[in-house]
Ligand binder design. Structure first.
Ligand code: HSE
Length: 401
């Protein structure tokens, strides 16, 4: 029997217990042994819950029990999840986590501790919820040199953008509706400002490069400034607006970015709507592959955590290889990244725009008093300097083809 402890009996933690309960026979068969939830750590009590007798409030009961083999860390946040994970790994207990903040901040250190203590630190649920993307990058695409990852990695913002596109609604209006339905957090900042997607692309970029991509170094922009007018122009161009988290590892170096992009109908991520996530990966031999599914939610995320538990159970006493060294990657400055830019300005500034930007493609969406255009491809720095000379920039959105 393999004993498990779940740290944090919130949405994902209770989902882990539910997945193990519902799919017990299937999971035990695949793990090769019976999995047993021995403890649940939480500050709260859960009277009436079928697992209430397993709830403990002191993590040391778990850490000091030699019969606990695997920990599911579903607490979120850095502290005390970091301290608990470290102690568990030092005690030779494998840790499976959904905690992207912790993985993005301390991944290499926790992976090293796992190696040194012949156990595992697995984090399939930290990116893309239930979508298998960590395992494909780690195990399946090992014959590839991966040079590009482009993802829709945040369900909340994708839901908001899909609604804004479909209904012509305001950001604030849709955010409120998403909060009322429980899709968006009461404090939505990490999602809508792009921080959540930033941590996730930092994790994927680290796996792509085999070194450490610091999330703090990634240029990140959220969706709060998008308006119905932006979607009207996107529609007129046959495009949708998506919060893309992208990472490139080419001859010019490695860069990553999180920002809203206008993407054409031919783009594989165009039809990824609502709370769904998708990750589009390019490898030098395979070419394109795409991973799509529910990027958030109790059972999809819990299913990914339990898939890691099964992996740990299959590799007791052995560490599964994960190429993510502690050495930091020096990212190419965001200033050097090149895109075309969509720009909205006041109608009377058409001539000034032409003088500053030269050849542009004009875009019309029937909005009175405005002039909108798409620039040629240029660096971020070049664009910024030109845009500063234009008297009014109502909005600007990057284009991805
Ligand atoms: N807040 C995240 C999202 C949850 O909306 O995608 C999953 O990480």
């Amino acid at each position: 029997m393999i004993n498990i402890a779940v740290l944090g009996y919130g949405t994902v933690g209770s989902g882990v217990v539910e997945v193990i309960e519902n799919n017990r026979a299937e999971i035990n068969k695949k793990a090769g042994e019976e999995l047993n939830v021995r403890y649940i750590l939480d500050l709260r009590d859960f009277p009436g819950d079928p697992y209430e007798h397993k709830v403990v409030h002191d993590v040391n009961i778990i850490l000091e029990d030699p019969e606990v083999n695997i920990i599911c860390e579903t607490m979120g946040g850095i502290s005390p999840a970091y301290e608990f994970s470290k102690k568990a790994l030092l005690a030779g207990k494998s840790v499976c986590t959904s905690n992207k903040e912790l993985v993005a901040s301390h991944g290499p250190e926790l992976l090293r501790l796992a190696r040194e203590n012949r156990c595992n630190y697995l984090f399939e649920a930290s990116v893309g919820g239930g979508i298998p993307i960590i395992r494909p990058l780690n195990y399946s695409l090992t014959a590839e040199k991966i040079d590009a990852i482009t993802g829709i990695l945040n369900g909340t913002t994708n839901y908001i953008l899909s609604k804004m596109a479909a209904e012509g609604a305001d950001f604030a209006e849709v955010l409120k509706e998403a909060q009322d339905k429980g899709y968006a957090e009461r404090n939505p900042e990490a999602d809508v400002e792009g921080h959540d997607a930033c941590r996730k692309i930092a994790i994927l970029s680290s796996l792509m490069t085999g070194k450490n991509v610091r999330y703090e170094d990634i240029y990140t922009e959220g969706i709060t400034r998008l308006t119905p007018a932006d979607f009207a122009y996107a529609g007129a161009m046959g495009r949708s607006i998506k919060l893309l988290a992208l990472s490139r590892n080419g001859e010019d170096g490695c860069y990553a970015m999180v920002a809203p992009f206008m993407i054409p109908v031919s783009h594989p991520l165009y039809s990824v709507n609502d709370v769904f996530n998708a990750v589009f990966v390019h490898g030098n031999m395979l070419g394109d592959s795409m991973y799509y599914g529910r990027g958030a939610g109790k059972l999809p995320t819990a299913s990914a955590v339990v898939s890691d538990v099964v992996d740990c159970a299959r590799h007791m006493g052995r560490t599964v290889m994960c190429f993510w060294d502690a050495e930091d990657v020096k990212l190419v400055s965001a200033d050097k990244i090149r895109h075309r830019f969509f720009v909205r300005t006041r109608a009377e500034l058409e001539q000034q725009a032409a003088e500053i930007f030269g050849a542009v493609d004009t875009v019309s969406a029937g909005i009175a008093g405005e002039y909108a255009f798409v620039t040629e491809k240029m660096t971020e720095k070049d664009f910024r300097e030109k845009a500063e000379r234009l008297d009014t920039v109502l909005s600007r959105i990057r284009m991805e083809d």
